[in-house]
Design a binder for this molecule. Structure first.
Ligand code: PLP
Length: 364
């Protein structure tokens, strides 16, 4: 039996006619940059997921850049973040000339450790970039307590956690602002690039809105040096349609994760932990095994697609070599990177495929 790691065609086939009609309407009415499709999407994203307001942007990296500017990060500032993430989480910090300070992760959630944040605070610390990795909300109460004590601006990178809640509160409005990516492989994926920005502070939203379009409060007036971070109309139209299915897709991801968690029984495997404060939306289902490369070969041999996400933690990447983190400096992040393997978890998997994955893992 073949179980691909991800097959977006299965998600798109039933939506094809509806999506193509919507794209034709956008084309015929020349709504290419922001416009009604994006506004409609922003409204439905806000009401469906529980945000006061949403700003559609052109990627998941752009809102992280905007977040750093909203937090007032700049040269001489330190911003604490996690090494176990996709690179973009750190780019926002570096784009504005601030210094990323990498700290180790929590052994259960694989998100940034609140205890490690507390130990890394210096007089130059200005903020924290939290990543809800694989869709699992980080331990936000503890993180916000440290942030409050030291007056830090907290960015939540929710690229992998669309629809996730922490103690009932949607991710992104627990900290000072939240960012999303609609890269095609994300839980809510555009047909191209896309992202969004949210904040519980109206003033932060206003500033982000200004920065999104050339710092312009009105046409040809420029209050700040801004960007072109507009979402394009076609992506708004696609996302509007796909958003209606997100809750169902998330439910299916959770059902598959529950099957994996109940069915995988292997003495050497560490499965993801589900904390009482809020379950993951399972962007990835990742497990740790000391011989993960051999496990991966075994899975591939039996038709099961896998990925290593992420093979190298950010503090050990060449681009941050000048920061001077030695091998072994953040042992949990390094061990997780060295032992992780992600299984297929997209909503269109059949129960038979899920059973095949479980049997194959258990027979290793
Ligand atoms: C995908 C992703 C991003 C960036 O998104 P793009 O849309 O590719 O710019 C940022 N952070 C995390 C954690 C991601 O997974």
């Amino acid at each position: 039996m073949k179980v691909p790691f991800l097959d977006l065609k299965l998600q798109h086939a039933p939506l094809r006619a509806e999506v193509l009609a919507a794209l034709a309407d956008t084309f015929d009415n020349t709504r290419f940059c922001l416009g009604k499709d994006v506004e409609d999407f922003e409204k439905s994203f806000s009401t469906t997921l529980g945000y006061p307001r949403t700003l559609g942007m052109n990627s998941g990296t752009s809102p992280l850049h905007v977040a750093s500017l909203c937090g007032g990060f700049g040269p001489g500032d330190e911003v604490i973040t996690t090494p176990f993430t996709f690179a973009s989480s750190c780019w926002g910090i570096s784009y504005v000339g601030a210094k990323p300070v990498f700290v180790d992760i929590d052994p259960d959630t694989w998100c940034i450790s609140p205890e490690a944040i507390a130990k890394a605070i210096t007089p130059r610390t200005k903020g924290i970039v939290v990543v809800h990795i694989f869709g699992q909300p980080a331990r936000m109460d503890e993180i916000m307590a440290v942030a409050k004590q030291h007056n830090l601006f907290v960015v939540e990178d929710c690229a992998q956690a669309v629809g996730a809640r922490y103690k009932g509160v949607p991710v992104g409005v627990i900290g000072d602002c939240g960012t999303f990516s609609f890269y095609p492989t994300k839980n809510l994926g555009a047909c191209g690039e896309g992202g969004a920005f949210v904040s519980k502070h109206p003033a932060v939203m206003d500033k982000a809105q200004l920065l999104r379009v050339h710092g312009s409060p009105k046409r040809y007036a420029h209050a700040e040096v801004g960007f072109n971070f507009r979402m394009d109309g076609f992506q708004g139209a696609v996302l509007n349609i796909k958003l209606r299915h997100l809750a169902r897709w998330t439910e299916r991801r959770r059902a598959i994760a529950a099957k994996y968690r109940a069915g995988i029984k292997h003495k050497d495997i560490q499965l993801p932990v589900v904390p009482a404060y809020g379950e993951s939306v399972w962007h990835q289902f990742t497990l740790l095994h000391p011989q993960r490369d051999a496990l991966r070969v075994h899975l591939e041999k039996n038709g099961v697609g896998t990925e290593i996400i992420y093979p190298g933690p950010m503090h050990r990447q060449e681009c941050y070599a000048s920061l001077g983190y030695a091998a072994g400096s953040l042992p949990l992040a390094e061990k997780t990177s060295a032992t992780c393997v992600s299984l297929p978890i997209f909503p269109e998997l059949t129960d038979e495929q899920v059973e095949h994955v479980i049997k194959t893992v258990n027979s290793f």
